[in-house]
Design a protein around this ligand. Structure first.
Ligand SMILES: [Zn+2]
Length: 202
């Protein structure tokens, strides 16, 4: 996921917004932590939570499974392990957004038969709140984590979006070094997945 995470979600700090975009009043405020309001003209704008997704792709093996990780190609957390995923675009459902992100980042996505449901392919196993600070604005996100079983998937099936990720690796649960995982949210998601699957983690 192309995100910078923090484990704690503070209230937004959007003090850079000083004027009402409707009437230019300087009395605009963000007092309740959810919406901008203007006492002069009644302008009201909700700064809503953004939806985001991440995916654990599991490749079953004879004695267990391997999980797919991307190796980040740029800062923050360059060289660290990450999961495919990203923000849900306007007009998309979270499953469609995830399916699109896999195609973009991996050059691969699971086959979906005509009329089949994406919900039958991607299983939601965890969701965490997060904060994505970008250029001085904190976007609160609702991250949804899905898992997918992809028997036989290997590196040769993928065409990585190299501007984002330099390589891919498939790790057994016991091989995961959590210090090498890029973001807290991803660490939480991996542990939640292993719990969901009844697998131990270090
Ligand atoms: Zn106003």
């Amino acid at each position: 996921m192309r995100q910078v995470y923090k484990t704690i979600c503070p209230r937004y700090n959007l003090a850079m917004f000083k004027f009402c975009p409707s009437c230019s009043s300087g009395k605009i405020n963000f007092a309740d932590g959810k919406a901008f309001s203007c006492p002069d003209c009644g302008f009201l704008y909700f700064h809503n939570v953004a939806a985001a997704n991440g995916c654990i792709i599991s490749v079953p093996e004879e004695n267990g499974e391997r999980l797919m990780f991307l190796v980040r190609g740029k800062e923050p957390a360059k060289g660290k392990l990450d999961l495919p995923g990203g923000f849900v675009d306007a007009g998309e459902g979270v499953l469609e957004g995830l399916h699109r992100e896999l195609k973009e980042e991996l050059g691969w996505a699971p086959q979906v038969s005509p009329g089949a449901s994406l919900a039958a392919i991607y299983k939601l196993f965890a969701s965490f709140p997060n904060v994505y600070p970008y250029k001085g604005i904190s976007y609160n996100t609702c991250d949804m984590f899905f898992c997918l079983s992809a028997p036989g998937l290997s590196e040769k099936d993928l065409v990585l979006e190299r501007s984002e990720n330099v390589s891919v690796c498939f790790l057994k649960p016991e091989e995961i070094d959590y210090d090498e995982v890029a973001f807290d949210s991803t660490r939480r998601a991996i542990k939640a997945y292993l719990l969901y699957r009844g697998l131990a983690y270090r």
